[in-house]
Design a protein around this ligand. Structure first.
Ligand code: IMP
Ligand code: MG
Length: 176
């Protein structure tokens, strides 16, 4: 068990299971986009760890960039999404893979997808390491999903509770 601020968390997904899921994601993307050189666009802050590990096991040439938005506080999503910063490269003709650490309601991913859809991208795909099917409220199809989890708050492997927990190499779940 670990304690972050006022909350207790219990071990949930091991480092090894995460590594396996990340490798599978990388392979799935590579198989799907064949010959193309993908530009991975990670959503900060949460996705920094998955993007880093995914690139290291990606079987081919790839590029990386990051975007950032602020929409999430505490243990419930606010439902509103503000602004996007960080994209200045020309995406025309590129194969872009948006990478999220976790998709909960889908608000963030849908917002990003709408923004990127306005550019002349050749292929736009979405990927997430963790997915909460019971919380997802959008029609947008997520192309690559790592691990499906129940609708409970998690921390670790990039994910935080009020700033803490991102550095944990494994994932913990909020204790009841
Ligand atoms: P959504 O917009 O509701 O899909 O929420 C997506 C964002 O909320 C993610 O990129 C995370 O930053 C954050 N988030 C959602 N669920 C969790 C969780 O269980 N732990 C930590 N952060 C979360
Ligand atoms: Mg995030």
């Amino acid at each position: 068990m670990i304690q972050l601020h006022d909350k207790t968390f219990v071990p949930f997904i091991s480092e090894k299971s995460i590594a396996t899921a990340v490798k599978k994601l990388a392979q799935e993307i590579a198989d799907d986009i064949k010959g193309e050189i993908p530009l991975f666009i990670g959503v900060l802050n949460g996705a920094f760890m998955v993007v880093s590990d995914l690139m290291k096991v990606y079987p081919g040439d790839c590029e990386v960039s990051f975007v950032k938005m602020a929409s999430y506080k505490g243990t419930t999503t606010t439902g509103k999404v503000s602004e996007l910063i960080g994209i200045n490269e020309n995406l025309e003709g590129r194969t872009v893979i948006l990478i999220e650490d976790i998709v909960d309601t889908g608000n963030t991913l849908e917002f990003l997808h709408n923004i990127f859809s306005q550019q002349k991208i050749k292929t736009l795909k979405t990927a997430t390491l963790f997915f909460k099917p019971e919380a997802y409220r959008k029609d947008l199809k997520i192309d690559y999903k790592g691990i499906e989890i129940p609708n409970k708050f998690i921390v670790g492997y990039g994910l935080d509770y009020d700033g803490l927990g991102r550095n944990l190499p494994e994932v913990y779940q909020l204790k009841n």
